[in-house]
Design a protein around this ligand. Structure first.
Ligand code: NAD
Ligand code: LMR
Length: 338
């Protein structure tokens, strides 16, 4: 008899192949940093996603434990674990979607940019692996500072000759999730019925909620606008302070990451009208990267939407956001170029 783990894997693979033959799409997804605060609940939620047939869990620590645990869930996806740099290539090969929450989180008093020193190198190494092993995969980049790590990833892919701007997305979904929650509270609505576009980037003043474009159409007092803008821009810091040294948002982030990854997979499947905000290569402003609504499809990003009409408050916010973003993007680009 083959060992139990091999038997389990081959029967799970048979199930996955069967599903694929039956027309049900099955995508192969890898999580890099899968044993972390975000990675673990993200792995659990992706194992529950019916669009996923194979789930690879990669980390430099504890990947076997998380994999053993998650693999006992009686859902369709086949789960495999990969530990350490020497298994990175195996983790990446054949994947359709790569989600990256690898890297250190903030402690109270730190900015996201303070994470650059450590996380820039981590993101570079992981993206070099992606360029080599799965250059056509869609990449969802969560590691902070997103405003710099996305330009880093783009430069790594350019260097390798594999860059496709349609396939690289910085995950800003948590800003939208928070905005929907906080705006719903003010309006007395169910957050599921609220849609707030959040554009710009993913740090402080670069997080720009467009309250004039909230759905359902709503009006706010100036006091509500200041309160909501400030709370949305500082939602991450609110969690960092509440966790008091134990890290930053992990559970709401895993929820947001899965919401975003699911949208990417529905796009890959060919669903129409899949639209989410993300930090992407962009011509919406003079900056090379910017977060705005994008339409997701079979090739990743099919369309990047312009910002629509902004009011005076938002136009001022946009100028502040662009100023800070320009520096963060440049910092990421020159990390690889110099
Ligand atoms: P964490 O420390 O709990 O987990 C990070 C994981 O990454 C760890 O398991 C660690 O072993 C792993 N890791 C480190 N180096 C690695 C490498 N070279 N290859 C693979 N894995 C590696 O941190 P967390 O709370 O999960 O946060 C992870 C990152 O996500 C942080 O940078 C944080 O700032 C960021 N974040 C982004 C958003 C967003 O909205 N985009 C939201 C929350 C957190
Ligand atoms: C967040 O918005 O929660 C993340 O970017 C983590 C952080 O450092 O705030």
């Amino acid at each position: 008899h083959p060992p139990k783990s091999q038997m389990e894997e081959s029967s799970a693979l048979r199930r996955a192949n069967c599903r694929a033959k039956g027309g049900a799409p099955g995508f192969k997804v890898a999580i890099l940093g899968a044993a972390g605060g975000i990675g673990q609940p993200l792995a659990m939620l992706m194992k529950m996603n019916p669009l996923v047939s194979v789930l690879h869990l990669y980390d430099v620590v504890n990947a076997p434990g998380v994999t053993a645990d998650i693999s006992h869930m009686d859902t369709g996806a086949v789960v495999r674990g990969f530990l350490g740099q020497q298994q990175l290539e195996a983790a990446l090969t054949g994947m359709d979607l790569i989600i990256i929450p690898a890297g250190v989180p903030r402690k109270p008093g730190m900015t996201r940019d303070d994470l650059f020193k450590i996380n820039a190198g981590i993101v570079r190494t992981l993206c070099e692996g992606i360029a080599k092993c799965c250059p056509r995969a869609i990449v969802n980049l969560i590691s902070n500072p997103v405003n710099s790590t996305v330009p880093i990833a783009a430069e790594v892919f350019k260097k390798a000759g594999t860059y496709d701007p349609k396939r690289l997305l910085g995950v800003t979904m948590l800003d939208v999730v928070r905005a929907n929650t906080f705006v719903a509270e003010v309006l007395g609505l169910d957050p599921r019925d609220v849609d707030v576009p959040v554009v710009g980037g993913h740090a402080g003043v670069t997080i720009l909620p467009l309250l004039s474009q909230v759905k359902p159409p709503s009006s706010f007092t100036q006091e509500e606008i200041s309160y909501l803008t400030d709370r949305i821009q500082n939602g991450g810091t609110e969690v960092v302070e509440a966790k008091a040294g134990a890290g930053s948002a992990t559970l709401s982030m895993a929820y947001a990451a899965v919401k975003f990854a699911d949208a990417c997979l529905r796009g890959l499947r060919g669903d129409a009208g899949v639209i989410e905000c993300a930090f992407v290569s962009s011509q919406v402003t003079e900056l090379p990267f910017f977060a705005s609504k994008v339409r997701l499809g079979r090739n990743g990003i099919e369309e990047v939407y312009s910002l629509g009409p902004l009011n005076e408050y938002e136009r001022i916010g946009l100028e502040k956001a662009k100023k800070e973003l320009a520096g963060s993007i440049e910092k990421g680009v020159s990390f690889i170029r110099s």
